[in-house]
Design a protein around this ligand. Structure first.
Ligand SMILES: C[S@@+](CC[C@H](N)C(=O)[O-])C[C@H]1O[C@@H](n2cnc3c(N)ncnc32)[C@H](O)[C@@H]1O
Length: 329
Protein backbone atom coordinates (compact mmCIF):
# COMPACT_ATOMS: atom_id res chain seq x y z
CA UNK A 1 0.00 0.00 0.00
CA UNK A 2 1.28 3.51 -0.82
CA UNK A 3 1.93 5.81 2.11
CA UNK A 4 -0.98 8.22 2.63
CA UNK A 5 1.14 11.26 1.74
CA UNK A 6 1.57 10.00 -1.83
CA UNK A 7 -2.21 9.88 -2.34
CA UNK A 8 -2.86 13.41 -1.20
CA UNK A 9 -3.28 16.15 -3.80
CA UNK A 10 -0.13 18.24 -4.05
CA UNK A 11 -0.36 21.97 -3.45
CA UNK A 12 2.39 24.44 -4.29
CA UNK A 13 2.13 27.60 -2.17
CA UNK A 14 3.93 30.59 -3.72
CA UNK A 15 4.98 33.53 -1.50
CA UNK A 16 4.05 31.23 1.39
CA UNK A 17 4.96 33.51 4.31
CA UNK A 18 4.64 31.65 7.62
CA UNK A 19 2.10 29.29 6.05
CA UNK A 20 -1.35 30.61 7.04
CA UNK A 21 -2.82 29.65 3.66
CA UNK A 22 -0.94 26.34 3.60
CA UNK A 23 -2.15 25.48 7.09
CA UNK A 24 -5.79 25.63 5.97
CA UNK A 25 -5.01 23.40 2.97
CA UNK A 26 -3.05 20.95 5.09
CA UNK A 27 -5.96 20.75 7.55
CA UNK A 28 -8.23 19.90 4.61
CA UNK A 29 -5.97 16.98 3.66
CA UNK A 30 -3.71 18.47 0.97
CA UNK A 31 0.09 17.94 0.87
CA UNK A 32 1.59 21.45 0.80
CA UNK A 33 4.98 22.66 -0.44
CA UNK A 34 5.88 26.27 0.31
CA UNK A 35 8.20 28.75 -1.45
CA UNK A 36 9.23 31.86 0.47
CA UNK A 37 12.25 34.17 0.52
CA UNK A 38 12.29 35.49 4.12
CA UNK A 39 14.30 33.22 6.41
CA UNK A 40 12.26 33.71 9.60
CA UNK A 41 8.98 32.99 7.75
CA UNK A 42 10.51 29.85 6.20
CA UNK A 43 11.59 28.70 9.67
CA UNK A 44 8.05 29.21 10.98
CA UNK A 45 6.58 27.28 8.06
CA UNK A 46 9.00 24.40 8.55
CA UNK A 47 8.38 24.27 12.29
CA UNK A 48 4.60 24.05 11.99
CA UNK A 49 3.64 22.47 8.70
CA UNK A 50 4.19 18.89 7.65
CA UNK A 51 5.21 19.83 4.12
CA UNK A 52 8.57 21.38 3.11
CA UNK A 53 9.26 25.06 2.51
CA UNK A 54 12.04 26.20 0.20
CA UNK A 55 13.86 29.42 1.00
CA UNK A 56 14.07 31.06 -2.39
CA UNK A 57 13.44 34.40 -4.11
CA UNK A 58 10.97 33.36 -6.79
CA UNK A 59 11.51 34.61 -10.31
CA UNK A 60 9.91 33.99 -13.66
CA UNK A 61 11.40 30.75 -15.01
CA UNK A 62 11.69 28.99 -11.64
CA UNK A 63 11.25 25.19 -11.87
CA UNK A 64 8.55 23.85 -9.52
CA UNK A 65 7.69 20.31 -8.48
CA UNK A 66 4.57 18.79 -10.05
CA UNK A 67 1.37 20.01 -8.34
CA UNK A 68 -2.39 19.52 -8.61
CA UNK A 69 -3.15 22.94 -7.18
CA UNK A 70 -1.22 26.23 -7.14
CA UNK A 71 -2.06 28.71 -4.37
CA UNK A 72 -0.41 31.90 -3.22
CA UNK A 73 -0.45 35.38 -1.86
CA UNK A 74 1.58 37.49 -4.30
CA UNK A 75 3.00 40.51 -2.43
CA UNK A 76 0.26 43.07 -2.08
CA UNK A 77 2.26 46.22 -1.23
CA UNK A 78 2.09 47.36 -4.87
CA UNK A 79 -1.74 47.55 -4.56
CA UNK A 80 -2.44 48.30 -0.93
CA UNK A 81 -4.21 51.60 -0.19
CA UNK A 82 -1.45 52.23 2.36
CA UNK A 83 1.38 51.84 -0.17
CA UNK A 84 2.54 54.04 -3.04
CA UNK A 85 0.21 52.14 -5.39
CA UNK A 86 2.72 51.66 -8.17
CA UNK A 87 1.07 48.38 -9.16
CA UNK A 88 2.78 46.62 -12.03
CA UNK A 89 5.69 49.08 -11.98
CA UNK A 90 6.58 48.04 -8.44
CA UNK A 91 9.48 45.55 -8.46
CA UNK A 92 7.70 43.61 -5.72
CA UNK A 93 4.83 42.69 -8.04
CA UNK A 94 4.46 38.89 -7.73
CA UNK A 95 1.89 38.32 -10.47
CA UNK A 96 4.29 37.59 -13.34
CA UNK A 97 5.77 34.82 -11.16
CA UNK A 98 2.32 33.45 -10.25
CA UNK A 99 1.14 33.39 -13.87
CA UNK A 100 4.40 31.81 -15.00
CA UNK A 101 3.99 29.06 -12.35
CA UNK A 102 0.45 28.33 -13.55
CA UNK A 103 1.68 28.23 -17.13
CA UNK A 104 4.46 25.77 -16.28
CA UNK A 105 2.55 23.52 -13.90
CA UNK A 106 -0.84 23.50 -15.63
CA UNK A 107 -2.55 22.69 -12.28
CA UNK A 108 -6.11 21.41 -11.99
CA UNK A 109 -6.98 24.56 -10.08
CA UNK A 110 -5.25 27.70 -8.82
CA UNK A 111 -6.17 30.19 -6.12
CA UNK A 112 -4.63 33.46 -5.04
CA UNK A 113 -5.56 36.09 -2.50
CA UNK A 114 -4.75 39.77 -2.43
CA UNK A 115 -5.92 43.09 -1.05
CA UNK A 116 -9.43 44.11 -2.12
CA UNK A 117 -8.05 47.33 -3.59
CA UNK A 118 -6.95 45.30 -6.63
CA UNK A 119 -10.67 45.18 -7.52
CA UNK A 120 -10.96 48.95 -7.45
CA UNK A 121 -8.04 51.36 -8.00
CA UNK A 122 -6.08 48.71 -9.90
CA UNK A 123 -8.99 47.03 -11.65
CA UNK A 124 -7.34 47.33 -15.04
CA UNK A 125 -4.45 45.23 -13.70
CA UNK A 126 -6.75 42.59 -12.19
CA UNK A 127 -8.51 42.33 -15.56
CA UNK A 128 -5.13 41.94 -17.26
CA UNK A 129 -4.08 39.16 -14.85
CA UNK A 130 -7.39 37.35 -15.30
CA UNK A 131 -7.11 37.67 -19.08
CA UNK A 132 -3.65 36.06 -19.04
CA UNK A 133 -4.89 33.21 -16.83
CA UNK A 134 -7.93 32.63 -19.06
CA UNK A 135 -5.57 32.30 -22.02
CA UNK A 136 -4.02 29.37 -20.17
CA UNK A 137 -7.34 27.55 -20.33
CA UNK A 138 -9.01 28.39 -17.02
CA UNK A 139 -12.41 29.73 -16.07
CA UNK A 140 -11.55 32.46 -13.57
CA UNK A 141 -13.83 33.67 -10.77
CA UNK A 142 -13.21 36.16 -8.03
CA UNK A 143 -14.91 37.40 -4.91
CA UNK A 144 -14.19 39.69 -1.99
CA UNK A 145 -14.49 37.61 1.19
CA UNK A 146 -14.57 38.89 4.75
CA UNK A 147 -12.79 36.54 7.16
CA UNK A 148 -15.30 37.50 9.86
CA UNK A 149 -17.87 35.37 8.03
CA UNK A 150 -15.75 32.24 8.41
CA UNK A 151 -15.19 32.03 12.14
CA UNK A 152 -12.31 34.53 12.30
CA UNK A 153 -12.76 37.21 15.03
CA UNK A 154 -11.67 39.96 12.66
CA UNK A 155 -13.04 42.09 9.86
CA UNK A 156 -10.58 41.32 7.11
CA UNK A 157 -11.69 41.72 3.52
CA UNK A 158 -9.59 40.07 0.88
CA UNK A 159 -9.92 39.39 -2.83
CA UNK A 160 -9.83 35.67 -3.65
CA UNK A 161 -9.34 34.59 -7.27
CA UNK A 162 -9.86 30.99 -8.39
CA UNK A 163 -9.16 29.37 -11.77
CA UNK A 164 -10.56 25.95 -12.66
CA UNK A 165 -11.79 23.80 -15.55
CA UNK A 166 -15.02 22.68 -13.96
CA UNK A 167 -17.13 24.67 -11.50
CA UNK A 168 -16.32 26.33 -8.21
CA UNK A 169 -18.44 27.74 -5.39
CA UNK A 170 -16.98 30.11 -2.83
CA UNK A 171 -17.64 28.99 0.76
CA UNK A 172 -20.93 30.12 2.27
CA UNK A 173 -20.74 32.56 5.20
CA UNK A 174 -21.36 31.10 8.63
CA UNK A 175 -24.18 32.44 10.80
CA UNK A 176 -22.24 32.90 14.04
CA UNK A 177 -19.81 35.78 14.46
CA UNK A 178 -16.71 35.24 16.61
CA UNK A 179 -15.66 38.16 18.79
CA UNK A 180 -12.42 39.44 20.28
CA UNK A 181 -13.48 38.00 23.66
CA UNK A 182 -13.89 34.55 22.09
CA UNK A 183 -10.28 34.77 20.93
CA UNK A 184 -8.42 36.56 23.74
CA UNK A 185 -10.97 36.96 26.55
CA UNK A 186 -8.71 35.07 28.91
CA UNK A 187 -5.74 37.46 28.47
CA UNK A 188 -7.05 40.83 27.34
CA UNK A 189 -7.54 42.20 30.84
CA UNK A 190 -4.15 40.95 32.06
CA UNK A 191 -0.54 41.92 31.39
CA UNK A 192 1.02 38.77 29.88
CA UNK A 193 4.78 38.36 29.44
CA UNK A 194 6.02 40.31 26.45
CA UNK A 195 3.23 42.89 26.46
CA UNK A 196 4.04 46.61 26.33
CA UNK A 197 2.09 49.29 28.12
CA UNK A 198 1.47 52.49 26.18
CA UNK A 199 3.42 55.45 27.48
CA UNK A 200 1.48 58.59 28.57
CA UNK A 201 2.84 60.29 25.41
CA UNK A 202 1.42 57.51 23.22
CA UNK A 203 -1.92 57.72 25.02
CA UNK A 204 -2.04 61.47 24.43
CA UNK A 205 -1.04 61.06 20.78
CA UNK A 206 -3.79 58.49 20.16
CA UNK A 207 -6.39 60.63 21.94
CA UNK A 208 -5.48 63.58 19.73
CA UNK A 209 -5.59 61.43 16.59
CA UNK A 210 -9.01 60.06 17.51
CA UNK A 211 -10.35 63.51 18.32
CA UNK A 212 -9.21 64.88 14.96
CA UNK A 213 -10.57 61.86 13.03
CA UNK A 214 -13.92 62.03 14.88
CA UNK A 215 -13.70 58.42 16.13
CA UNK A 216 -17.06 57.65 17.74
CA UNK A 217 -15.53 54.81 19.74
CA UNK A 218 -11.83 54.48 20.64
CA UNK A 219 -10.00 52.11 18.33
CA UNK A 220 -9.02 49.83 21.21
CA UNK A 221 -10.04 46.20 20.82
CA UNK A 222 -13.57 45.74 22.15
CA UNK A 223 -14.44 42.31 23.57
CA UNK A 224 -18.00 42.19 22.23
CA UNK A 225 -17.23 42.64 18.52
CA UNK A 226 -14.69 41.32 16.00
CA UNK A 227 -11.34 43.09 15.67
CA UNK A 228 -10.55 45.52 12.88
CA UNK A 229 -8.04 44.18 10.33
CA UNK A 230 -4.67 43.25 11.78
CA UNK A 231 -1.79 44.34 9.57
CA UNK A 232 2.02 44.23 9.83
CA UNK A 233 1.88 47.97 10.47
CA UNK A 234 -0.70 48.12 13.24
CA UNK A 235 0.83 45.12 15.01
CA UNK A 236 4.55 45.88 14.81
CA UNK A 237 4.60 49.68 14.64
CA UNK A 238 3.93 52.14 17.45
CA UNK A 239 1.40 54.04 15.36
CA UNK A 240 -1.81 55.84 16.27
CA UNK A 241 -3.88 52.90 15.03
CA UNK A 242 -1.81 50.20 16.76
CA UNK A 243 -3.77 47.18 18.00
CA UNK A 244 -4.19 47.58 21.75
CA UNK A 245 -6.44 46.64 24.66
CA UNK A 246 -7.64 48.72 27.60
CA UNK A 247 -6.95 47.21 31.03
CA UNK A 248 -9.49 47.38 33.88
CA UNK A 249 -7.44 50.17 35.52
CA UNK A 250 -7.63 52.31 32.37
CA UNK A 251 -4.07 51.75 31.17
CA UNK A 252 -3.61 50.40 27.67
CA UNK A 253 -1.17 47.93 26.20
CA UNK A 254 -0.28 46.66 22.76
CA UNK A 255 -1.45 43.13 22.00
CA UNK A 256 1.05 40.28 22.16
CA UNK A 257 2.18 38.00 19.36
CA UNK A 258 -0.06 35.23 20.72
CA UNK A 259 -3.09 37.50 20.90
CA UNK A 260 -2.48 38.70 17.33
CA UNK A 261 -2.11 35.09 16.19
CA UNK A 262 -5.43 34.14 17.82
CA UNK A 263 -7.19 37.07 16.16
CA UNK A 264 -5.90 35.64 12.89
CA UNK A 265 -7.25 32.19 13.96
CA UNK A 266 -3.85 30.49 14.32
CA UNK A 267 -4.01 27.66 16.88
CA UNK A 268 -1.99 28.14 20.09
CA UNK A 269 0.21 25.22 19.06
CA UNK A 270 1.53 27.28 16.11
CA UNK A 271 4.96 28.71 16.99
CA UNK A 272 6.40 31.77 15.26
CA UNK A 273 10.15 32.15 14.60
CA UNK A 274 12.28 35.29 14.39
CA UNK A 275 12.24 38.47 16.45
CA UNK A 276 9.03 40.19 17.54
CA UNK A 277 8.76 42.43 14.47
CA UNK A 278 9.31 39.45 12.16
CA UNK A 279 6.65 37.45 14.00
CA UNK A 280 4.13 40.31 13.81
CA UNK A 281 4.92 40.70 10.11
CA UNK A 282 4.26 37.00 9.45
CA UNK A 283 0.94 37.23 11.32
CA UNK A 284 -0.18 40.47 9.68
CA UNK A 285 0.62 39.08 6.22
CA UNK A 286 -1.13 35.75 6.68
CA UNK A 287 -4.38 34.43 5.32
CA UNK A 288 -6.33 33.46 8.44
CA UNK A 289 -6.01 29.65 8.57
CA UNK A 290 -9.75 29.22 9.26
CA UNK A 291 -10.62 31.11 6.09
CA UNK A 292 -7.94 29.14 4.24
CA UNK A 293 -9.48 25.90 5.52
CA UNK A 294 -12.93 26.85 4.22
CA UNK A 295 -11.41 27.76 0.86
CA UNK A 296 -9.51 24.47 0.78
CA UNK A 297 -12.72 22.51 1.36
CA UNK A 298 -14.32 24.36 -1.55
CA UNK A 299 -11.28 23.49 -3.69
CA UNK A 300 -11.61 19.85 -2.65
CA UNK A 301 -15.27 19.82 -3.74
CA UNK A 302 -14.27 21.08 -7.19
CA UNK A 303 -11.54 18.45 -7.55
CA UNK A 304 -13.99 15.73 -6.52
CA UNK A 305 -16.49 16.94 -9.11
CA UNK A 306 -13.75 16.84 -11.74
CA UNK A 307 -12.90 13.27 -10.71
CA UNK A 308 -16.56 12.25 -11.02
CA UNK A 309 -16.95 13.49 -14.62
CA UNK A 310 -15.84 10.94 -17.24
CA UNK A 311 -12.79 12.11 -19.14
CA UNK A 312 -14.63 12.36 -22.49
CA UNK A 313 -17.34 14.62 -21.02
CA UNK A 314 -15.04 16.92 -19.05
CA UNK A 315 -15.14 20.59 -19.92
CA UNK A 316 -12.12 21.10 -22.12
CA UNK A 317 -10.32 24.35 -21.92
CA UNK A 318 -7.07 24.25 -23.76
CA UNK A 319 -4.47 26.97 -23.52
CA UNK A 320 -5.16 29.45 -26.33
CA UNK A 321 -1.54 30.46 -26.34
CA UNK A 322 1.22 30.34 -23.78
CA UNK A 323 3.23 33.38 -24.69
CA UNK A 324 2.44 36.72 -23.14
CA UNK A 325 4.23 39.86 -24.16
CA UNK A 326 2.62 42.05 -21.51
CA UNK A 327 4.22 40.07 -18.71
CA UNK A 328 7.22 39.17 -20.84
CA UNK A 329 7.02 35.49 -19.86
C1 LIG B 1 1.19 38.33 1.70
S1 LIG B 1 2.55 37.42 2.24
C2 LIG B 1 1.96 35.77 2.07
C3 LIG B 1 1.26 35.24 3.27
C4 LIG B 1 0.88 33.78 3.19
N1 LIG B 1 0.00 33.51 2.08
C5 LIG B 1 0.22 33.29 4.47
O1 LIG B 1 -0.96 32.97 4.44
O2 LIG B 1 0.92 33.23 5.51
C6 LIG B 1 3.66 37.54 0.87
C7 LIG B 1 4.99 36.84 1.10
O3 LIG B 1 5.72 36.84 -0.13
C8 LIG B 1 7.08 36.84 0.16
N2 LIG B 1 7.78 37.22 -1.08
C9 LIG B 1 7.74 38.41 -1.72
N3 LIG B 1 8.43 38.35 -2.88
C10 LIG B 1 8.91 37.09 -2.96
C11 LIG B 1 9.68 36.40 -3.94
N4 LIG B 1 10.11 36.99 -5.07
N5 LIG B 1 9.99 35.10 -3.72
C12 LIG B 1 9.58 34.47 -2.60
N6 LIG B 1 8.84 35.06 -1.64
C13 LIG B 1 8.50 36.36 -1.82
C14 LIG B 1 7.19 37.84 1.30
O4 LIG B 1 8.37 37.65 2.04
C15 LIG B 1 5.91 37.52 2.10
O5 LIG B 1 6.20 36.61 3.14
Amino acid sequence: MRPRDDCREKVVDLFAGCGGLSLGFEAAGFATHGFEMVHSAVETYRRNLKGPCEEVRLEVGFEYPVADVVIGGPPCQPFSVRGKQQGMNDARDGFPVFIDAVRRLNPRLFLFENVRNLMFSHRWYLDLIIGELEKLGYAVEFKCLNAVNYGVPQNRERLVVVGHRSSFSFPRPEREITTVADAIGDTMETIPDGSRLLTPEQDAYIAEYERKSHCARPRDLHPDIPSRTVTCRNLAGATSDMQRVRLPDGRRRRITVREAARIQSFPDSFEFCGNEVQQFTQIGNAVPPLLAYRLALAVRRTLEQMDAVPEQLALRRRPRHVQTTLFNI
